[in-house]
Write a protein that binds this ligand. Structure first.
Ligand code: BDR
Ligand code: CA
Length: 305
């Protein structure tokens, strides 16, 4: 089993990615760091605990960053609901899962105590991993890789050229991409292919109580319609760990624009070596939608066994 640490901002698609990760037999989730992101830290932390309490899983949760490193925080509650995970009546969160201390320190402790290299997954803003890489540079050799949902090859979803997770904390994203750690990225464009519709969610809903919960929160996203297809962005990061064959990867040098400009928060992905810099990431440039949907339905079955 791959030891895994997740940085997340639940977030409805985060909840899907977390559920897949927590029940995947190939993965051993060691720690979840909840960061500010889709909504405030207070809410994402609460959502993480609520989700785990409902699922009955016992992975320790640490409170991550409350704010981006430099930029003012942004908010996506118009997409994910006021709580950040609207649409289902979750039980009261089990606060016993919460571990005290700084996220960077807790991440370091897990990595330092692991006999094997640890994989990292980032499905929210980069703040926590940036702080971690800055504080514990010697850990790099013990990191297997970092999989990220974030950035865009072309147009953005938060600004003309910026994707939400990178735009949320561009300075942190820059630190992460410059860290030297092995990185694989699921950019926004991949998300546009990774959508599920009513038929798939009907299957998932019938698996059992966990599938039913995911059905409820996903039907709440984007005005409650599954008719046109709902993009499950964050599941693409865990998909890279569980089913890498679904993706086509291309190496690129990724630069993050941290200038005070109209493209502040853009991820500039140089596939053609215009900048003469070595690639710092493998970018998922394509995914087969049929394969994604079949994989999605298959992995969620595990969650209700
Ligand atoms: C990303 O932004 C968030 O709203 C989602 O949870 C996902 O991580 C997509 O741009
Ligand atoms: Ca997210």
């Amino acid at each position: 089993k791959k030891p895994l640490i997740i940085s997340t901002d639940p977030g409805i698609d985060d909840a899907v990615a977390l559920t897949i990760s927590l029940f995947a037999k190939e993965l051993d989730v060691k720690l979840i760091a909840a960061t500010w992101g889709n909504v405030s830290l207070e809410k994402t932390l609460n959502n993480t605990l609520k989700l785990e309490t409902f699922l009955g899983t016992k992975v320790p949760v640490v409170s991550g960053a409350k704010l981006p490193l430099v930029k003012k925080p942004i908010d996506a509650s118009e997409v994910h609901g006021k709580s950040g995970m609207d649409g289902f009546d979750f039980p009261e969160p089990d606060k016993g899962l919460l571990v005290s201390g700084l996220a960077a320190t807790k991440i370091h402790e897990v990595v330092a105590n692991s006999p094997e290299k640890v994989t990292l997954m980032q499905i929210g803003p980069a703040t926590d991993f940036a702080l971690y890489f800055r504080q514990y540079p010697d850990d790099l050799e013990k990191i297997e890789e970092l999989v990220i949902m974030g950035g865009a090859i072309g147009r953005g979803n938060y600004g003309p050229y910026d994707e939400y997770n990178v735009s949320g904390d561009p300075e942190a994203a820059k630190i992460v991409f410059e860290s030297g750690v092995k990185i694989r990225v699921a950019p926004l464009e991949l998300g546009h292919q990774a959508f599920v519709k009513q038929d798939t969610m009907d299957i998932v809903r019938n698996y059992g109580k966990n599938g039913d919960m995911l059905y409820s929160i996903l039907s709440n996203l984007h005005d409650g319609t599954l008719t046109d297809g709902l993009e499950i962005y964050d599941a693409l990061a865990v998909g890279m760990l569980l089913a890498p064959d679904m993706y086509t990867f291309k190496p690129a040098f990724v630069a993050i624009d941290t200038n005070d400009s109209y493209t502040y928060g853009a991820s500039v992905m140089d596939f053609d070596n215009f900048f003469g810099k070595p690639a710092n990431a493998e970018i998922g440039v394509a995914i087969d939608r049929e394969q994604f949907v079949n994989w999605f339905a298959k992995v969620l079955k595990e969650a209700d066994k």
